[in-house]
Design a protein around this ligand. Structure first.
Ligand code: SF4
Ligand code: SF4
Length: 479
């Protein structure tokens, strides 16, 4: 029985509710009047200086996804861009993944780290190696990491992850610093989530992979991850353990995308209903080729057009959430996605265990093929060429603006008063410390253009002073 407030996975991701949703969507996919009214409902409005944008329910959004009318679909893309601009302006936050270990006892059939794969060398970074990776990442200009590790209580116990986090935060190399560590590790206990919280993590990210239970059980034939309910209820345990910000995601291409989309929105609605805080981020990975993995085996792959529509509709339905796309996707796909809703991208990623301190991209321990192989400097210049401000901001988590405190500022659009100047200051840090001459010129011109657009006089003049101090060698200012 469907109940978004339940703590039982089978009730908040109720299979029958998803089937009924898809049937409702099919019955209404040509209902132009309904679709127009949903687009109107989802439109962002500024009322008394506050942003008002309610999003859509999983049923409503599923109707839009089923719609095949090109003119209406075009309206959806336009609305997604409008919402993206209202919440995020032209800023894009940058991060890098850091793979700590590919030891794993699970059997996920779509991932080369599954324990039966004997081709792949197994590797785990020791603290000295973590340090070298972090220095290499700092030397590129990164400030925000997403830690990744397989599930293996012997090789990668929680103590190992905690030790790595401590090492990462402790490294101050030249002007570099990792200021926010997000963590993407297997579903775990409330007690372990509490330890991660105490270690100072930013967002806890866990991809659901698929919300379709029957498929889930087949795709995860053995190992602790086989337990669908334990995995699906992980975010509730994380929040019980004190983690304020959680990140959702499905691996598109494993189950039928319309089913996944409805499940994903139901999960977001569940977090809102129970904890009063929806997902901090939603990621949109698509299955990719890797050692021992052929994506064509999964016959639910989605085209670039459907992928773009999913991104647009997640943005429309959950307008406040940060949306993440990785270097799994090509430059072209990422460029389109940035307009439709993506607010965070990885840059210059290496998806092998370590590898950032090696001149050539290592392939032997890669989790997936990287499509976008440009350097961080190239990605930054590319973003600015498209009119986006690259941001390395990590201010909220460090200023204690997390969970419901963050969400109330985010949902009313107030957070922009911080995001915009913080983006410009962290961009300035990058330009002074790490950028090529050409990128620096572009960036300085962009900052000069952006300063006059800051509406608050006090913020504007403080920003100008901070920018001068950054030029003079000081670091880490924030609003
Ligand atoms: S997806 Fe994660 S849990 Fe599954 S095999 Fe890969 S690393 Fe292990
Ligand atoms: S101010 Fe907060 S919401 Fe805005 S970019 Fe920085 S960390 Fe993110």
């Amino acid at each position: 029985m469907y109940n978004p407030k339940s703590l039982l996975a089978d009730e908040f991701i109720d299979h029958q509710e998803i089937l009924d949703t898809l049937a409702y969507a099919d019955a209404n996919k040509d209902n132009k009047e309904l679709i127009e009214s949903l687009l109107e409902k989802a439109r962002p409005r500024w009322i008394n200086g506050q942003l008002n944008c309610t999003g859509l329910t999983h049923r409503e959004a599923s109707v839009l996804l089923a719609c095949e009318d090109p003119a209406l679909n075009e309206k959806m893309f336009k609305l997604a861009e409008e919402i993206k601009k209202a919440f995020y302006g032209n800023r894009i936050v940058l991060f890098a993944p850091l793979y700590l270990s590919n030891y794993c006892i699970n059997g996920c059939v779509y991932c080369p780290y599954h324990s039966i794969n004997k081709n792949i060398p197994r590797k785990k970074l020791n603290q000295e190696e973590v340090k070298r990776q972090v220095i290499a990442l700092q030397d590129m200009g990164h400030k925000r990491l997403a830690l990744e590790a397989g599930e293996d209580p012997f090789h990668n116990p929680i103590e190992y992850i905690l030790e790595c986090i401590k090492t990462i935060y402790s490294i101050k190399h030249k002007n570099g610093a990792i200021r926010r560590v997000n963590v993407n590790i297997a579903a775990t206990t409330v007690e372990n989530y509490r330890k991660l919280k105490e270690a100072g993590i930013g967002t806890y990210i866990l991809f659901q992979e698929t919300y379709h239970k029957e498929s889930y059980l087949k795709l995860h034939p053995f190992g602790p991850k086989h337990d669908y309910n334990y995995h699906t209820e992980a975010m509730d345990r994380a929040m019980e353990g004190g983690i304020d910000d959680v990140g959702l995601g499905v691996l598109f291409g494993l189950e039928l995308y319309r089913y996944e989309f409805a499940g994903l929105l139901m999960h977001a609605e569940h977090l809102e209903a129970v904890h009063g805080v929806g997902p901090h981020t939603i990621s949109v990975p698509r299955i990719k080729k890797a050692d021992d993995i052929d994506p064509s085996v999964f016959d639910n792959g989605i085209s670039d057009d459907i992928f773009a529509k999913l991104i647009a509709l997640i943005r429309i339905s959950v307008p406040y959430t940060g949306m993440i796309i990785s270097t799994r996707e090509s430059q072209e796909v990422r460029a389109r996605a940035l307009h439709l809703g993506i607010s965070q991208i990885s840059g210059a990623s290496r998806t092998s265990v370590g590898g950032y301190d090696e001149p050539e991209r290592p392939h032997d321990t890669e989790q997936f093929d990287v499509s976008d192989q440009r350097t961080l400097d190239e990605v930054i210049a590319w973003l600015m060429d498209m009119g986006f401000i690259p941001s390395f901001c990590t201010a909220c988590y460090r200023a204690g603006r997390t969970g419901d405190r963050f969400m109330s500022l985010c949902k009313t659009g107030q957070i922009q008063n911080c995001c915009h100047p913080n983006a410009l200051m962290t961009l300035k840090e990058f330009l002074v410390d790490y950028a090529s001459e050409q990128t620096r010129k572009k960036g300085d011109a962009m900052i000069a253009r952006e300063i006059p657009t800051i509406p608050n006089e006090k913020v504007r003049s403080a920003l100008v002073k901070y920018l001068e101090r950054i030029e003079g060698g000081e670091r880490d200012f924030r609003f």
